[in-house]
Design a protein around this ligand. Structure first.
Ligand SMILES: C[S@@+](CC[C@H](N)C(=O)[O-])C[C@H]1O[C@@H](n2cnc3c(N)ncnc32)[C@H](O)[C@@H]1O
Length: 303
């Protein structure tokens, strides 16, 4: 791997088992075309993270927003508000690093829960700049029970930021078009061609018994990733996911002819990815043994 290459030259993909902040800080600046992330919130892991805070300190152990140094401080067990503060403190140095490693033409897709999105939007505005906010994509689905105590929440938010609003890559022509709701109103030619999707994406969740299912919790649908990559990744570009989970982003990238970097700190995620990518050519692994994927191969077969 040369200083300017985030993944080995000949590789189609690289899977790394490790903490994303550590991996990010070792990557060359301006080397990625597209980053998609789908960080967890309020899981068991998150609660462990909830006891950590970063504070400004010139002698600190990490670099954060605008290159400032931060020190990691352990705090006691937290109330709800503390958990929330810590979530943003956890994200901040990572998002700052993601901005650093994006090319000037690059974009970040940040997938988040409707309860957290507003806080994360403000944080991203601070890190990227408000003028770099491109879209809020709403992924609307229709699955699971419906509460009758309020409007049943059936969407996720994906915030899209670009590194440079004057130079970012976006190719509307490459995006798979969708059928018109009333094709009779637009004439046969337009109806045949379909229309460009808007910022509201209707898409089913990964079906519980579908072929796509890996068994990894919170797996996102390939169709969502495919669409993001079609619009925002140039031909043969490098796509990264620093909260990779089951590696959906890598699967979409490979399918579309891009190269990818997948990072997760959970050995289970790394094993699922090794199983999912077993039939792909040119995938390298760091910190994970790709032949140790028996459990996931069984899951695939069962799916
Ligand atoms: C919601 S899941 C991602 C699911 C993924 N989008 C998919 O389609 O399968 C979030 C992932 O972030 C990982 N994660 C959490 N903290 C991390 C960290 N500090 N470094 C790397 N990965 C982390 C978790 O292990 C988990 O697999």
């Amino acid at each position: 791997m040369t200083a300017a290459e985030p993944i080995p030259n000949a590789a189609r993909g690289l899977v790394v088992l490790g903490d994303n902040l550590e991996v990010l800080s070792g990557l060359p600046a301006e080397s990625l075309d597209l980053i998609y992330i789908d960080p967890p919130f309020n899981t068991g892991k998150r609660q462990t993270l909830a006891s950590i805070k970063t504070v400004r300190d010139e002698d600190g152990d990490r670099t954060g927003f605008k290159g400032q140094r931060y020190r990691t401080v352990k705090v006691g067990t937290s109330s709800y508000v503390d958990i929330h503060d810590d979530y943003l403190a956890f994200l901040e140095p990572r998002l700052a690093e993601m901005r650093r490693v994006l090319k000037s033409t690059g974009s970040l897709y940040f997938h988040i829960d409707y309860r957290e999105v507003h806080y994360c939007k403000v944080l991203l505005d601070l890190i990227f700049g408000r003028d770099c906010f491109l879209n809020e994509v709403i992924w609307a689905y229709d699955y699971g029970a419906r509460t009758n105590k309020k409007w049943p929440p059936k969407h996720d938010n994906i915030l899209v930021y670009v590194r440079d609003p004057a130079r970012y890559f976006f190719d509307a022509e490459a995006i798979e078009r969708i059928p018109y709701m009333a094709p009779g109103l637009v004439g046969p030619d337009k109806a045949d061609r379909g229309k460009l999707p808007t910022d509201t994406w209707w898409h089913t969740i990964v079906p519980t018994n579908g072929k796509e299912r890996t068994g990894y919790p919170n797996q996102k649908p390939l169709g969502i990733l495919r669409r993001a990559l079609q619009g925002s990744c140039p031909e043969g570009g490098i796509v990264a996911d620093f909260f990779a989970g089951s590696g959906t982003t890598g699967a979409a990238a490979y399918e579309l002819g891009h190269r990818f970097l997948m990072v997760d700190n959970n050995p289970e995620a790394a094993r699922v990815m090794a199983g999912r990518y077993a039939h792909f050519d040119g995938i390298n692994y760091r910190g994970v043994n790709p032949s140790d994927s028996d459990v996931q191969t069984t899951l695939f077969a069962a799916g």
